[in-house]
Design a protein around this ligand. Structure first.
Ligand SMILES: NC(=O)c1ccc[n+]([C@@H]2O[C@H](COP(=O)([O-])OP(=O)(O)OC[C@H]3O[C@@H](n4cnc5c(N)ncnc54)[C@H](O)[C@@H]3O)[C@@H](O)[C@H]2O)c1
Length: 386
């Protein structure tokens, strides 16, 4: 398999939100980047965005003028996929549609040399399903960046069922040189972050739907007591309820409708109504000019109740991910602290709170609701008995 280093030529397919960021990142580390998008206008817009963002960085003194110029010069536009023939590593970041991605990988296999590493930035499709379009699936892997790719430190590297371990080793080594924290995630729905973080949103909505507390109080509790940077509803409005709802729905359906990941009607209605959050001026909260945020009820006892319920669900998810070998203990902790800025790794947090306390909370919820959603992970249970 290809050895990757600073002289490797990187192909990026798709110049949208993710592709343009990945191209900028690779180019800023001196790689020659060949960027292709089916839509020529998108390529042009990506160029304009790149120039603007570099201009700001130069003004802020974060990047030198020379470095900005060299980043721009390193990115070459391709007018057809064929121009990616000389690439050593290709990162595909086109729309999230399996047919489109499979078609691209089928073509890439013909166009590139046999040892070129082919990767996908998919968030929700399986690497196995994309790799299956190639005759030789061993050089295909997932490299999952977070948005914005230039700034977010975490990258999940995902081996497919047939991926050659050398592909993973080379990809990880290279992405590490781009200043990223890489973790290895099993090819399962949501990989690490998008799976383990689900209860932060889902359980918060459930608490709200049941009338236990209002939005502002739940957000306050998670920030004040939990130390999270943003409350669940603020965060969903920031991410976008369109994206957040779709990720939840995809993880749930791909995990064969496991009730632990069940989406909520509350968020579905926001999605349907176009209340997607900050970008639309309205989500759980209103962001119109002059709008004020509602005041939380700062009742400490209520806050603790909210926090313990949500953190117990998050910790349970982390234990289950470890139990199912979705990632190593170290990678799970890194993923949640670097990928979604959690104040602590969830496994470490469980030791501080007490594994028994977490387990008992889940059992209490399980008994109360008689729902499989609250079943404790086998590993959590075993961890108290040990
Ligand atoms: N946006 C995020 O927050 C995020 C985060 C991580 C991963 N991802 C994943 O990254 C990928 C891209 O997402 P995005 O948000 O950048 O999407 P986007 O819609 O911003 O960009 C997708 C681009 O793909 C291009 N495209 C479509 N079909 C093509 C084809 N056949 N050949 C070449 N280009 C084609 C489109 O013209 C568009 O510019 C998806 O797989 C998504 O799941 C997105």
């Amino acid at each position: 398999m290809k050895k990757l280093d600073k002289d490797s030529c990187i192909g990026v397919i798709g110049a949208g939100t993710m592709g343009s960021g990945i191209a900028q990142l690779a180019a800023s580390f001196g790689h020659k980047v060949i960027l292709f998008d089916a839509n020529a206008t998108v390529l042009k817009q990506a160029d304009e965005r790149l120039e603007k963002s570099l201009e700001v960085l130069v003004q802020k003194g974060k990047v030198t003028d020379a470095a900005a110029k060299s980043t721009i010069a390193n990115i070459h536009h391709a007018s057809s996929l064929d121009e990616l023939a000389k690439c050593d590593l290709v990162i595909e970041a086109v729309i999230e549609e399996i047919g489109v991605k499979q078609d691209i990988f089928k073509k890439l296999e013909q166009i590139t040399s046999g040892d070129c590493i082919l990767t996908t930035n998919t968030s929700s499709l399986s690497v196995a399903s994309i790799a299956a379009s190639c005759n030789k699936a061993d050089r295909v892997a997932g490299i999952h960046f977070f948005n914005p790719a230039t700034l977010m430190p975490l990258v999940e590297i995902v081996p497919g069922i047939a991926t050659d371990p050398a592909v993973i080793e080379e990809s990880r080594k290279l992405i590490d040189t781009w200043g990223k924290t890489t973790v290895i995630a099993k090819d399962t729905p949501g990989f690490i972050v998008n799976r383990v973080a689900r209860p932060y949103y889902g359980e918060a909505i459930r608490i709200y739907e049941e009338g236990i507390a209002d939005l502002a109080t739940i957000d306050w509790a998670m920030k004040e007591i939990g130390g999270f940077r943003m409350g669940p509803f603020e965060l969903m409005d920031f991410i976008g309820n369109d994206i957040n709802f779709k990720v939840t729905e995809t993880v749930w359906t791909q995990l064969f409708f496991d009730s632990r990941y069940k989406p909520s009607l509350t968020q579905k209605r926001l999605y349907e109504a176009g209340f997607w959050g900050r970008k639309k001026g309205r989500g759980y909260y209103t962001y119109a000019e002059g709008a004020t945020m509602p005041e939380p009820n700062k009742d400490r006892k209520l806050g603790e109740e909210i926090f313990v319920r949500i953190i117990a669900m998050l910790i349970n998810e982390a234990y289950d991910a470890l139990y199912l070998k979705i990632a190593s203990k170290e990678d799970l902790e890194l993923a949640m602290t670097k990928g979604v800025n959690y104040p602590k790794g969830l496994l470490k947090w469980s030791e501080e709170i007490g594994v028994e306390v977490v387990y008992n909370k889940l059992m209490e919820l399980h008994e109360m609701y008689l729902e499989d959603r609250y079943r404790p992970s086998v590993l959590l249970k075993k961890s108290i008995k040990a």
